[in-house]
Structures are given as structure tokens and as C-alpha cells.
Design a protein around this ligand. Structure first.
Ligand code: FCB
Length: 408
């Protein structure tokens, strides 16, 4: 019987990977988040909800600080050729101006182990968390933080730069600023639009200067930001208010930071999770939600295509550095991956220079304010023994990475 299956091939040299961040998997980190979690667990609001504090305190996370070799083996078992991981500033500089040599050596070892397994390293230097002393001095609302961050970047460049293939200076500055300084969902729980604006400007400066610094030492380095790009569209194309709102939100959310940093970017890092269908009445978003995952977020693979076509206009290589879903039962993950990759392929076919896809996440991990409930991993992690186990979709993703293609 003739097979109707179609094989969609990805370009040669395409990077296949998984993504994690330092704080969400390593464990044993003291920073602004660990302090905030401890305080939150004692709050009245938290106690009234009868939540179990253990589920909302990062603590030992996945113990990847000690199990990184095993994690790279898991990544290899998926046939990936690259890995995205993070470095925790609070480990490197626990006190102002005090560099922790042991921790620098630790990360040198981590990167060496990844390289030894033939994995390209995509390294995030800042993924929302800060050392306590930075937070106490006003965090990213204080422009001094730029200088301090640059000193940290300088150290990483000097000590670890040789084993870093792709530099991600900042992760999702837009979401960080929105949750930390507007809605107050993340520490330091501010609700101040002026501060938020300041924070965004400081992050822009931090990236642009970090880019120069990295290139001073490594002229051929590949450095960029990874942003959270939402596919934003009006619910009704004929509704001028919705049209205007969608354009406006797209500009603020997807475009502003990109416009201010693109000159200092060798690539665009793209995290895609969200579709925002804009309506004219509050709360201004009404998705059809035909399919949602455990976190209640709509699954909308087509949005990936639209976002990539938008990013294509900037004429830089694009790496999808995060895309994934919370799916404890692993019911939707295979189809999710397949459908998103279909649209990645379609974008490439029509001219988008997409060079890599990193699934979020390798492991079930600490999902920020939501704690341990959402399960984003291709591998499960036992909360007591830290034993990792592949979900069925891991094998499925592994086949895609191996053949550099998907079957339709
Ligand atoms: C992204 C974050 C990442 C993870 C996923 C689910 O916004 O960058 O750390 O929490 O969402």
C-alpha cells in the first residue's frame, strides 16, 4: 500500500535541543526568588488557600546542580545536538564584588561536560533571578544594576566564554517586567508603570553593552536576547477598535525591545507559547480555547508561523529557544510538537531563517509562581528521589531530532 505520509525535512545543521534555566532545575540557590517564596509561604493569603508550601518553594528543584551529567545524557538520548541551560548570577557573585571561584569552576565543568557530549551550548546569563544584594539595591529599576550585570558578564566571558556557542544575555525581558513591575505576580511585586518603563530601558542598555563586551573578546560570538513573542490578532478584522488595540499591544509586547536591540543581536531568540485574540472590551483578550493544556493556555500552533513571519522582517537568524506545554498525562505533547514544527517548517519554506528549535523543557521543573504543579518535561522527575523517567513523547521528539524531519 502506498504511504501517503509526507516527510518534512529541516535544513542541514538545524539545531535540535531542549531548554532549562538555572534556577528552575539546579536546586540549592539563594536569590531574590528563594527569599520571596519563603515569605510568600508564610503569608496569610497563602495559608488561607491551604496550599502546601513544599509545592511552591524551589528548594532542591531537580537537583541538576549535582545531576547535570545525567541530564546531558538524557538530552543525548533524544538525539539532540544542542542544549540550552542557564548560569545563576547569585551563585557566581553571592555578595557584591565577591566572585565564588568554586561555582565558576562548577559551571566550567558543566559546560565542558556538555561539549564533550557533542552538544552545542546555548547559555542564558540572566533568566529573571538576581542575587539578593542586587534585589536589595533596587534590582533592575536601579541603573547601577546595568554596571553590575556587565561586570558579571565580563567575568563569564573571561572564565567560561570558550565553551559557550550561543549567548543569551536576557530571557523574556517583557514578561519579567510585566509580572514583576505591573501585575505584581513576581517579585518584587510592584505595580508601577513608570518603574516598569525604567526597568525595560535598563534591560535594553544591559543587553546592548553586554553584546559589545562579548564581542570584544569573541568577535565571532553569536549573542542575542530571547523574547516572549505572542501572536496577537484582533478577534474581528473589521472592528477598528480591536484592530487598533491588537496593533498597539503587538508594538509594546513584541516590537519595542526588538527594535532597540536588533542592531546588537546576531540572532533572535524566540519563545513561543501564546495566542492573544484581542476584543474591544475588558479584559481585552478572548481566546476560542478549542484546545488548552494543563496550565489553561490555549494551544495555537499556527501562531508560531505568524510570529516567525514577523521576525523574518528583521533579517537575522532565528532560534526558537522555548516552546512547550504543561501536560502531566502526556496526552497532547506529541501532537503539540508535531503541529508547531509543521508551522516552523512552513515559515522556513517561505523564507524565515529559522535555525533551531529547543523544546521547553527537558525536565519537569519549578514553574515560578505556580510551583511544581505544571509538568513541562519530556522527562518526569520524582520529587523525592529525583529519578528521571522519559514520557512517551520524549521518544517521539527523539525521532524528529534524529531524522531532522517530521512525518505528516
Ligand atoms: C517561559 C519561561 C520559562 C518557563 C516557561 C514555561 O516564559 O521563560 O522559564 O517558565 O515559560
Amino acid at each position: 500500500m502506498e504511504s501517503k505520509q509526507k516527510k518534512l525535512k529541516f535544513p542541514n545543521g538545524f539545531l535540535w535541543g531542549t531548554a532549562t534555566s538555572a534556577y528552575q532545575v539546579e536546586g540549592g540557590i539563594t536569590n531574590d526568588w528563594s527569599e520571596w517564596e519563603a515569605k510568600r509561604a508564610k503569608s496569610k493569603k497563602f495559608k488561607n488557600k491551604k496550599l502546601n508550601p513544599d509545592d511552591y518553594i524551589c528548594g532542591k528543584a531537580c537537583d541538576s546542580y549535582n545531576r547535570y551529567e545525567e541530564d546531558f545524557d538524557l538530552a543525548k538520548s533524544l538525539n539532540t545536538n544542542a542544549v540550552r541551560l542557564g548560569i545563576e548570577w547569585a551563585r557566581i557573585e553571592p555578595k557584591k564584588g565577591v566572585w565564588d571561584v568554586k561555582e565558576i569552576k562548577h559551571y566550567a565543568q558543566v559546560l565542558a561536560v556538555a561539549k564533550k557530549r557533542g552538544l552545542k551550548t546555548v547559555v542564558t546569563l540572566w533568566h529573571w533571578t538576581s542575587p539578593l544584594w542586587i534585589a536589595k539595591a533596587g534590582g533592575w529599576a536601579n541603573k547601577e544594576t546595568i554596571t553590575r550585570y556587565l561586570r558579571y558578564v565580563d567575568l563569564i566571558v573571561n572564565e567560561l566564554g570558550g565553551n559557550i556557542d550561543y549567548w543569551v544575555t536576557l530571557n523574556e525581558p517583557n514578561l519579567f517586567t510585566f509580572f514583576s513591575y505591573i501585575t505584581g505576580k513576581f517579585p518584587p511585586e510592584k505595580h508601577n508603570i513608570f518603574k516598569a518603563n525604567k526597568v525595560m530601558n535598563n534591560l535594553v542598555k544591559a543587553h546592548n553593552n553586554a553584546y559589545d563586551k562579548i564581542h570584544e573578546y569573541f568577535p565571532n560570538a553569536k549573542a542575542g536576547i530571547t523574547g516572549l513573542y505572542n501572536y496577537i490578532e484582533p478577534a474581528h478584522k473589521w472592528n477598528f477598535v480591536e484592530l487598533f488595540l491588537a496593533k498597539f499591544i503587538h508594538k509594546i509586547w513584541n516590537k519595542n525591545m526588538l527594535d532597540k536591540t536588533i542592531k546588537n543581536s546576531d540572532f533572535i531568540g524566540c519563545n513561543y507559547y501564546f495566542h492573544d485574540r484581542i476584543v474591544w472590551y475588558p479584559p481585552f483578550k478572548k481566546n476560542l480555547n478549542k484546545l488548552v493544556h494543563d496550565k489553561g493556555w490555549e494551544i495555537y500552533p499556527e501562531g508560531m508561523y505568524h510570529i516567525l513571519k514577523f521576525l523574518q522582517k528583521y533579517k537575522k537568524p532565528i532560534y526558537i529557544l522555548e516552546n512547550g506545554l504543561a501536560d502531566r498525562g502526556d496526552k497532547l505533547r506529541k501532537q503539540f510538537i508535531k503541529d508547531h514544527l509543521f508551522y516552523v517548517h512552513k515559515a522556513i519554506k517561505t523564507g524565515a531563517d529559522v535555525r533551531g528549535y529547543f523544546h521547553w523543557s527537558l525536565l519537569d521543573n519549578f514553574e515560578w509562581a505556580e510551583g511544581y504543579a505544571p509538568k513541562f518535561g519530556l522527562f518526569t522527575v520524582d520529587r523525592k528521589t529525583f529519578e528521571r523517567k522519559a514520557r512517551p513523547s520524549a521518544k517521539f521528539y527523539g525521532e524528529i531530532c534524529k531524522t531532522n524531519s517530521i512525518n505528516f
